[in-house]
Design a protein around this ligand. Structure first.
Ligand SMILES: [Mg+2]
Length: 420
C-alpha cells in the first residue's frame, strides 16, 4: 500500500495570493467570518509571529505597521479552488479521498517505488502551475504515517515539500522526531498519561510492547494508530462519501412570490428539509447555497439571485443553516421581481465522523442533542411539530466582510482583468 497525503500550505492565504502575484513575497493573513480573528497566515506572516486564532481588532495596528495584507474569508473562492485541486488529483491517482477543504489522501499503490518521487514532484508542480497552490506531500504505507510524512515535509524546507517514508529506516528516524501530541488522531489530553508510561514520541508509541495498556489509555483508535505506525495499513483510502454529496430542496411557486417575507419563510422551510435529510444520512455539511429566480420563460423582467457560504466546520444544526440562508437571501434579494423558483442546497458533505478542525470544533453536544430530539419528535408526531421560529418569522444579521477579495473563479462580474 502506498498512500500520499496532499495538503496545501496556508490554504486560504495561498488562494488569495494565487490571484495577487504582486504580494506573493509579502505577509498575508486571512480573517474568519465577520473579520473576527486570524485563520490563515502565509510564511511571511508567520515570520512576524502573528498568532493563529488571534482577534483581529487586537492586532490591527501591528498588521498595519508591518504592511500585512489582510483579507476577509472568501469561501466561494476557497471552495472552488479546493474543487479544482481535487479534480487535478483525480487525474493523478485512481482513488482520491477528500479529507478537508485543503487536504486529500490519494492511493499511489500502482506507482512503482522507483517512480514515486518523480510522480509526486509532478503532482506538486502541476498544482502550482495550474492553480498556483503550494502543497506538501507525505508518502507512506499507511494514513497515519503519511500524515507524519506530510508534517515533516511542511516543517523542513530542505525537503522541498515532499517526504517519502516508504523505507523503514527512514520511518524510525522520522517517528523519533514526532511528539505524541502531533500524531494524527491522538487527543491532546492523552499525552500526560502516555508520558507517564514513558512514551513521548511516535517511535516510542509504535514500539511500546504492552498493547493492552495502550488500548486502556487510547481505546480502539489508539490501537489502530499503533498498528498504522508499524506500517500495517488499516485505514483505507476511500473515495469520499458513499452518502449523497449534495442535498437540495427546491420548489416552483405558482403564483410567483413577490414579497421578501414569504421568501424568507420558504427558504427557512427548505433549509429545514435539506438539513433533516443531511442528519438522516448521518452527515454534516460545510457549504450552503441559496438560489432564487424569476420565470426564465418570461423574458420581460428576469433575475437570478445566487450566493453560497462555507462554514469553518461542518454542521448539521438547522438553526445555524437557517441563519446563514436568510443572510444570503438578504444579500441576493431584489425587490420588484416575481420569484418563481427557489432552492436551498447543501454542499461539502462529510460523514459525521470526519475529524473536525482544531480551531472550529463544530456543533456542540447541546446542539447535537437538540437536533436529535427535534428529529425524534417530528418523526413521532409529524413534520414540523417542532420547528424553528424562522419558518414564520425571520431574524436577520449582516456579515462583516470589509476585506473580501473578488470571487475570481465563480462570479463573472468579479473575474480577473488582465491589461495587455
Ligand atoms: Mg493545509
Amino acid at each position: 500500500m502506498t498512500i500520499a497525503l496532499i495538503d496545501c500550505n496556508s490554504f486560504f492565504a495561498s488562494c488569495e495570493i494565487a490571484f495577487r502575484p504582486d504580494i506573493e513575497h509579502q505577509p498575508v493573513v486571512v480573517l474568519s467570518n465577520n473579520d473576527g480573528c486570524v485563520v490563515a497566515r502565509n510564511q511571511y506572516a508567520k515570520a512576524l509571529n502573528i498568532p493563529m486564532g488571534y482577534p483581529y481588532f487586537k492586532i490591527e495596528k501591528y498588521l498595519n505597521q508591518y504592511g500585512v495584507h489582510v483579507f476577509s474569508s472568501n469561501y466561494q473562492l476557497y471552495t472552488d479552488m479546493s474543487d479544482r485541486m481535487n479534480s487535478i488529483l483525480r487525474d493523478c491517482a485512481p482513488t482520491v479521498e477528500t479529507y478537508s477543504i485543503d487536504e486529500a489522501f490519494i492511493d499511489l499503490s500502482d506507482i512503482p517505488q522507483l517512480k514515486l518521487a518523480e510522480h509526486s514532484y509532478h503532482i506538486q508542480a502541476r498544482l502550482f502551475r495550474e492553480l498556483h497552490l503550494p502543497v506538501s506531500i507525505g508518502i507512506a504505507p499507511t494514513k497515519v504515517l503519511s500524515k507524519i510524512a506530510n508534517h515533516l515535509a511542511k516543517k523542513y524546507p530542505q525537503t522541498h515539500g515532499i517526504v517519502d517514508l516508504s523505507d523503514t529506516v527512514r520511518q524510525d528516524r522520522a517517528l523519533a522526531l514526532i511528539p505524541i501530541e502531533k500524531i494524527w488522531g491522538i487527543r491532546s489530553g492523552r499525552s500526560k498519561r502516555l508520558n507517564a508510561l514513558g512514551i513521548r514520541n511516535a517511535l516510542e508509541l509504535r514500539d511500546y510492547k504492552n498493547t493492552k495498556l495502550i488500548y486502556d489509555v487510547l481505546t480502539k483508535p489508539g490501537a489502530i494508530i499503533q498498528e498504522e505506525l508499524k506500517g500495517t495499513s488499516i485505514l483505507k483510502v476511500e473515495t469520499t462519501h458513499s452518502a449523497k454529496k449534495s442535498i437540495m430542496a427546491s420548489r416552483s411557486f405558482t403564483p410567483a412570490i413577490t414579497n421578501e417575507a414569504s421568501l424568507k419563510q420558504a427558504i427557512a422551510r427548505f433549509t429545514t428539509i435539506a438539513v433533516e435529510k443531511l442528519r438522516k444520512q448521518e452527515s454534516k455539511a460545510q457549504g450552503l447555497y441559496v438560489s432564487i429566480r424569476t420565470n426564465r420563460h418570461i423574458s420581460l423582467k428576469s433575475y437570478r439571485g445566487y450566493d453560497a457560504h462555507l462554514l469553518q466546520a461542518p454542521s448539521s444544526d438547522t438553526r445555524l443553516f437557517i441563519d446563514i440562508a436568510l443572510n444570503i437571501l438578504a444579500r441576493i434579494y431584489q425587490p420588484g421581481f416575481y420569484y418563481k423558483k427557489i432552492a436551498v442546497g447543501l454542499s461539502h458533505i462529510w460523514p459525521t465522523t470526519t475529524q473536525l478542525d482544531l480551531f472550529h470544533p463544530g456543533d456542540s453536544a447541546q446542539s447535537e442533542q437538540l437536533m436529535h430530539t427535534m428529529d425524534h419528535i417530528n418523526h413521532k408526531y409529524g413534520p414540523e411539530t417542532l420547528k424553528s421560529a424562522a419558518l414564520s418569522t425571520a431574524p436577520l444579521w449582516k456579515t462583516q466582510m470589509n476585506f473580501r477579495s473578488p470571487q475570481y473563479t465563480t462570479n463573472w462580474n468579479e473575474i480577473l482583468h488582465v491589461k495587455i
